[in-house]
Design a protein. Structure first.
Length: 160
């Protein structure tokens, strides 16, 4: 009988430790919804174009923070680029993983701007890993990072 009580106490104590550990390891989740808002003139495109290119944004973002110091940020966003009565729409979906080693890993489509009649002009899609030491690993289409983007095509489309 004493052995059975001792066994029950051990199981109860172990269950309490497991439950406490599971609760402590539960990630912190933050959801952000951003209604359509103007972010003002985009400095890069406005400079390239020589006229203001306004950018508007709406987004759903989920941030997950883990007890080990790592985190993930999931983005579903729509951008509207406007000037001179014309506009372009850009949809992006990507995840950023922040590693314990201070690395950042981007998966998905971070930029996805297409111009009618021209095609993709500012695209960052696939995988991009930025190491703490400055190293970069890429897989996919990376027009911005590899210098093959065509921002002038955006300017030409929005000019008149």
């Amino acid at each position: 009988m004493t052995f059975r009580i001792l066994a029950y106490l051990c199981v109860a104590a172990l269950s309490l430790v497991v439950a406490t550990t599971a609760t402590a390891a539960k990630p912190q989740i933050t959801d952000i919804t951003r209604d359509l808002e103007s972010l003002g003139p985009d400095p890069f495109l406005s400079n390239v174009c020589g006229f203001d290119v306004e950018v508007l944004n709406e987004a759903r973002i989920r941030i997950i923070e883990y007890s080990d110091g790592t985190a993930q940020s999931h983005h579903h966003e729509t951008y509207y680029w406007r000037a001179n009565g014309k506009s372009l729409t850009e949809n992006v979906n990507f995840t950023i993983a922040f590693g314990a080693d201070e690395s950042e890993t981007y998966r998905g489509t971070v930029f996805n701007l297409h111009v009618p009649g021209v095609g993709p002009v500012l695209v960052e899609a696939g995988l991009a890993v930025f190491g703490r030491d400055g190293s970069i690993r890429l897989a996919g289409l990376h027009q911005v990072l590899d210098g093959t983007s065509k921002p002038q095509a955006v300017c030409d489309y929005l000019a008149a």
